[in-house]
Design a protein around this ligand. Sequence first.
Ligand SMILES: *[C@@H]1O[C@H](CO)[C@@H](O)[C@H](O)[C@H]1NC(C)=O
Ligand SMILES: *[C@@H]1O[C@H](CO)[C@@H](O)[C@H](O)[C@H]1NC(C)=O
Length: 419
Amino acid sequence: PHTEGAATLVKQEGTGTELPMTGDKVFVHYVGTLLDGTPFDSSRERGEKFSFELGKGQVIKAWDLGVATMKVGEISQLICKPEYAYGTAGSPPKIPPNATLVFQVELFEFRGEDITEGEDGGIIRRIITKGEGYTKPNEGAAVEVCLEGSCEGKVFDKRELKFELGDGESLGLPSGVEKALMAMEQGEESLFIIKPKYGYGNTGNSKYNIPGEATLQYKLKLTTFEKAKESWEMNSAEKLEQSIIVKEKGTQYFKEGKYRQASVQYKRIVSWLENESSLPEGEEQKAQALRLAAHLNLAMCFLKLQEPSSTFDNCDKALELDDTNEKALFRRGEALFAMKEFDRARADFQRVIQLYPSNKAAKSQVALCQKQIKEQHEKDKRLYANMFQKFAERDAKEEADKGMENGGGMEVEESGGQE
Ligand SMILES: *[C@@H]1O[C@H](CO)[C@@H](O)[C@H](O)[C@H]1NC(C)=O
Ligand SMILES: *[C@@H]1O[C@H](CO)[C@@H](O)[C@H](O)[C@H]1NC(C)=O
């Protein structure tokens, strides 16, 4: 096939059936020569495959165009005009100005782009139509989306939606869809493969008839979006005003049992007010109260979501603001309890009782901790007893083995001696 600036001559047909898509990570070997046959670069010589994201301008244009026409297993010769390679300047010292280049390229593999922060393979993107612009939606952005969710080839959700990122759970969208949207450009259409962790988890979704542990596919088109203001774009008055609004929103979600969504709202308060230093006189206390409430509410959300280490962190933050806060101490105790740190949990509950003697719940928590500590102790004792038993048995066996060897040897010697 010919594209404007890159002619592709197929030297060996590929075995694959699909072509790579924009944004895919592709793995190739290449040998680059000038038109007169002078070699200037070779991945084969280095003995290491070269990989890049297709269509993102990470390589010369001719490659983005040429490799997009290749199948897995294909070997092709790409003849690249200077406008689609290194242009009038060339790339000294090896590539002279205005050079047409010849690359022999073999395509080994391509795979979708992993868009998760930790690259855990949980959300893979295949771009169908590239978007435009340089910005992407942020938390709280107003988005307009066409979506089509399917599972094992069956479409279960097809809608056009307008909503704010962070509110997706209310609309029956899994967290992966919102994460996907935050990776998209205006006008982009992409296919996302979403693992259960970012989908409907191990419980599935009864409304859509999705079983637990299901991998989902979403075709998303981000028609348009408007970014939410970033912290640096807001003055302190706006931050305070918005914090009060999103706190209400978070509380509403919390009451509806939408803890993840509630947490998104409370986190926004922290992001706006945590390091806000230019508050006018008299507003500092207001901001501090909002931050404290945000951390206490986040602690509660994460308890509900069974993410005790996040609860723990937020209680610590709350206690930095108010070191005798009853709820912060109590919730940190609960987090530690869930983390099986019963000694430290007990210390927090005891501190609550010391400061707030009428707190009955803390008293029963202390009792629960005692029970766990005792059980843990018993268990340890049994474990150690078992271990000692095992050591003793092993020692006894080793002794016996030694005896056998020595005994055996001595017998031979003795019998030898006797003869
Ligand atoms: C490269 O090509 C351009 C346009 O065709 C021309 O103006 C320029 O002089 C050439 N440069 C060299 C070094 O040949
Ligand atoms: C506030 O500043 C601290 C210390 O520099 C930093 O770790 C934290 O991430 C900042 N918080 C926000 C919301 O930017």
